[in-house]
Design a protein around this ligand. Sequence first.
Ligand code: UDP
Length: 236
Amino acid sequence: MEKRELLYEGKAKRVYATADPDLVIVDYKDDATAFNGLKKGQIQNKGALNNKISSYFFELLAVKGIASHYVRCLSAREMLVKKLEILKVEVVVRNIAAGSLAKRLGLEEDTSLRRPVLELYYKDDELQDPMINEYHLYALEIATEEQVRHLAATALEINEILTVALQERQIVLVDFKLEFGLFHGSLLLGDEISPDTCRFWDAATREKLDKDRFRRDLGGVEEAYEEILRRLTGGN
Ligand code: UDP
């Protein structure tokens, strides 16, 4: 698949056009940011690791009937995906209190939640992605009621699929963020599913195996991402 002009460069990925207007190439970078871009750095080999980890999850979800933008993995850092019109909403699902939820509600980290919590954030870097609810989505015409029902149901289904798959590998899925977009009128899962966008803890030790190691300067960041890939695929 021929790589053409750069269409977009984000914090962790570059997106390139291809000869097919419906398909783009995502190139995963080693750059890492946290706290809305205030903290910047690099995680050695992160691009390749996130490309492989995301490919693994998108393939697993496809088998379980969840449609995404994923077409195939092209190379170490590159993935071929359908070109989506991304909705300006981030969908977060949580199983255990951590990060901003623990802070906002005064919960100790690792407090388990009786049922999953679904949250919506307005995707706007300048505003630092404020939390919103479904009424904001309707009022701002970001999504219709039908689309929000689909987003919520799909996000919760993905939570169940990933929780089980990860449990088998002694990993706890604490929380994660999803993005969705339109492809010729149908809503598909987009973006990535990786240690950049999920919290993964070792089931026994509760050791963090995700971007919190970078956010909190815990060290061993690359090793944590490698460990996730190793447990998922045996390293391939
Ligand atoms: N998350 C993300 N991108 C964002 C914000 C959050 O991928 O812009 C992910 C984050 O990695 C975690 C989950 O969404 O797995 C919940 O994040 P939280 O609201 O606790 O925010 P944070 O700790 O990043 O401030």
